[in-house]
Design a protein around this ligand. Structure first.
Ligand code: SF4
Length: 695
């Protein structure tokens, strides 16, 4: 029996796993005591990942659609097995023809926080350096693109300024828009252990009374999108009490004109109990060691960037950043969302935390020795699928994600995919909501087969390692991406022997002409050997806080306070009087392609429920177990009703996991509109105007 150290495939906590192979595709899973994210802990999803490594539903060969006609829901006869050579030849032909005839912006990659750093690096290099477009975006756009922009605005670079250890050193932990107990359970275990040991106070700011909120010293059931106003009012109160850190502001922070004049103590946009606000204000004033952890309730909003900056403003103005137990902390959703951001896998970043200034474009092109370089941001997720819909994008490669299910207004996205002239889908699962529209399906390696690096929410880089040999003709995503590069005529730049070679090149790019311009600098690992890469121990880049020295990435070395337009927080639609919120269940992950395979995990919640307050249930004549149709301007979906008073009156909540393939209704992402934050283009999943009726 061999014991292999690897990393959990699910959330951004990035827990280390000790995997003991016990037989043919059988594995025992334990937490890795030596991993700095979890020190041996695992949640239910990680503990039972061994139940999901079977071969059910796997895509094992490249497949070509035969009828090349309209969507026909993936009938088996419609697909022909083809070899990789034929698939790659066709892809080279179709992508090449589109680029030649319509230009580089006529093709796109839509990738995923599930793929590894090496996969991301090659996808970004190929699209931006060799095709010459920035049309590569990722499902991380749906997760924390607003935090990226908030970091860039405040710090000059998308850097997370804290570590998990800070949660254990804090006297006050504020969780905003985060059901941490369900969505980042090992962080929750660490918070609870620390509270038991040091008595730290916990505040939860969330419209829902979640399992997390139930454990808090103070729960503030704020109205959806009220957070920017709340943090603005908090900062105002701190200023009134004279506990702003003027020395830190003078030395380390640039304050825009009118910043303090724009603040006021008005909390009417938050719809909260003034007594709760007074308690929160006292706690913030009393406990300097304060971490504010925020997640999807902040980011998935029309004003997600401003909400993130309102939180960061408070920390900067009080000097509560860069020291143990202090800082604003954006938790990411996926195992490699951070790695993807760092590589440059968002359409809004060129590469390795660089933007699109002429100097940065030259640096990237010189490093890659590439024939061209993208010079402006590309199409971000929502706009990318709009461009597929209206025919501007002719060829699209979707890798490791299921946008037909996960994008907002998903019926529009399905129309777009059905119209796409040439769609390639790489996945380890044969039948997904997205793959049914593909012209070519490529068999990807699953967790337990693929190997490479991931970065978690606190900047720890860990290895995912292979436990089993590749099944069928499944291949690494980096290998498939490199082959397309070669098929497009770039053999010299895309011939790699292994993932270690790609990681070294990525590390070298972070250091290339960096000279202290960016905190992201992995140059010390640019020369590691294949053996050192294989034996890699989880390692954090940037130390406990990259801003411990008080120096930020903006050219003047200072951070920025950001003026926030609080008035923009209010939204109402009389035709759709309810506010619809979507989110996760504790034991499921994304579209359940993996967690749905575990009988143990499926016991927690077996079906998609709409949760509604008792007063609203009476008003709409709904009872527990009824079926109800939820409608928005974008679409409708059916859910079973659960009445509980954990929702605010006027709010309803549905889970995001169920897909068309499961045939149980609950297609949550039919409902949110294609609305997004204007700065980050992150969709607003959390506050959709909706109505509900019994059926
Ligand atoms: Fe996996 Fe996240 Fe659970 Fe850790 S907390 S075991 S990374 S799902």
């Amino acid at each position: 029996m061999s014991n292999i150290k690897t990393t959990c495939p699910y959330c951004g906590v990035g827990c280390g796993i000790n995997a003991v192979i016990t037989g043919d595709r059988k594995v025992e899973i334990k937490g890795d005591d030596a991993h700095p994210a979890n020190f041996g802990r695992l949640c239910s999803k990680g503990t039972h990942v061994g139940e999901t490594v079977g071969m059910d539903g796997r895509l094992l060969h490249p497949k070509l659609r035969q009828n090349n006609g309209q969507n026909n829901f993936d009938k088996q006869d419609d697909w022909q097995d083809i070899g990789w050579d034929a698939a790659l030849c066709l892809m080279g032909e179709k992508f090449g023809q589109a680029i030649e005839k319509y230009g580089p912006d006529s093709v796109a990659f839509y990738v995923s926080g599930q793929i590894l750093i090496e996969d991301y690096y090659l996808a970004n290099k190929l699209m931006k350096g060799f095709i010459g477009s920035s049309n590569i975006d990722t499902n991380s756009r749906l997760c924390m693109a607003s935090a990226v922009v908030a970091h860039n605005r405040a710090f000059g670079e998308d850097v997370v300024p804290v570590s998990y250890d800070d949660l254990e050193a804090a006297e006050l932990i504020i969780l905003v828009g985060s059901n941490t107990a369900w969505c980042h359970p090992v962080i929750w275990q660490r918070i609870e252990a620390a509270r038991a040991k040091n008595g730290a106070k916990l505040v939860v700011i969330d419209p829902r009374r979640t399992e997390t909120a139930d454990c808090a010293d103070l729960h503030i059931p704020i109205c959806a999108d009220g957070d920017a106003a709340l943090f603005g009012a908090l900062l105002y109160q701190m200023q009134q009490r004279g506990i702003i850190n003027n020395e830190y502001l003078d030395n380390n922070v640039n304050t825009p004109d009118g910043f303090w004049d724009n603040l006021d103590g008005d909390i009417s946009a938050c719809d909260i109990d003034p007594d709760d606000f007074a308690k929160l204000t006292d706690m913030v004033a009393q406990y300097p060691k304060m971490v504010t952890l925020f997640s999807m309730g902040i980011n998935q909003s029309k004003i997600g960037v401003d909400k993130g900056n309102a939180i960061i403003n408070l920390h900067l103005a009080m000097g509560r950043i860069g020291q143990a137990g202090m800082g604003p902390f954006s938790m990411t959703g996926q195992p490699n969302a951070m790695g993807g951001r760092e590589v440059g896998g968002l359409a809004s970043t060129l590469a390795v935390h660089m933007g699109f200034s002429p100097e940065e474009c030259k640096d990237a092109q010189d490093f890659w020795q590439s024939p061209t370089i993208a010079t402006a941001p590309g199409l971000k997720a929502v706009d990318m699928f709009r461009a597929v819909h209206d025919g501007r994008i002719k060829a699209l490669w979707v890798m490791g994600t299921n946008p037909a299910m996960s994008m907002p207004d998903s019926s529009f996205v399905r129309e777009a995919l059905a119209k796409c002239e040439f769609l390639v889908v790489s996945d380890c699962i044969e039948h997904t909501d997205t793959a049914q529209y593909a012209h070519v399906k490529l068999p990807a390696l699953a967790w337990g087969e693929k190997a490479g690096m991931v970065t978690n929410s606190e900047r720890v880089m860990s290895r995912q390692r292979a436990l089993f040999p590749p099944p069928g003709q499944a291949k690494a995503d980096w290998w498939a991406m490199a082959q397309l590069g070669i098929a497009l005529g770039h053999e010299g730049a895309f011939s790699y022997d292994n993932a270690a070679q790609i990681f070294r090149e990525y590390a070298a790019q972070t250091a290339f002409r960096n000279d202290g311009k960016r905190k992201l600098n992995l140059g010390q690992w640019a020369g590691i050997s294949d053996i050192e890469y294989e034996n890699w121990h989880p390692t954090k880049w940037g130390g406990a806080s990259p801003f411990a020295d008080g120096k930020y990435t903006h050219k003047d070395g200072k951070a920025r306070l950001i003026n926030i337009d609080i008035a923009a927080s209010v939204a109402a639609n009389p035709d759709y009087p309810l506010s619809l919120n979507t989110g996760r269940y504790r034991d499921q992950w994304h579209s359940m392609t993996r967690t749905g395979l575990s009988p143990t995990l499926s016991r927690h919640r077996a079906e998609p429920l709409v949760e509604i307050h008792g007063d609203d249930a009476k008003k709409y004549r709904l009872s527990d177990g009824d079926l109800a149709r939820i409608s928005t301007e974008s679409g409708a979906a059916i859910f079973k009703v659960q009445v509980n008073d954990a929702q605010r009156k006027g709010d309803i909540f549905v889970p995001m996991h169920w897909t068309e393939q499961m045939g149980k209704g609950g297609l949550a992402n039919m409902l949110p509109a294609q609305l997004f934050d204007p700065l980050s283009h992150q969709p607003a999943y959390k506050n959709s105007p909706a109505k509900i009726e019994k059926i």
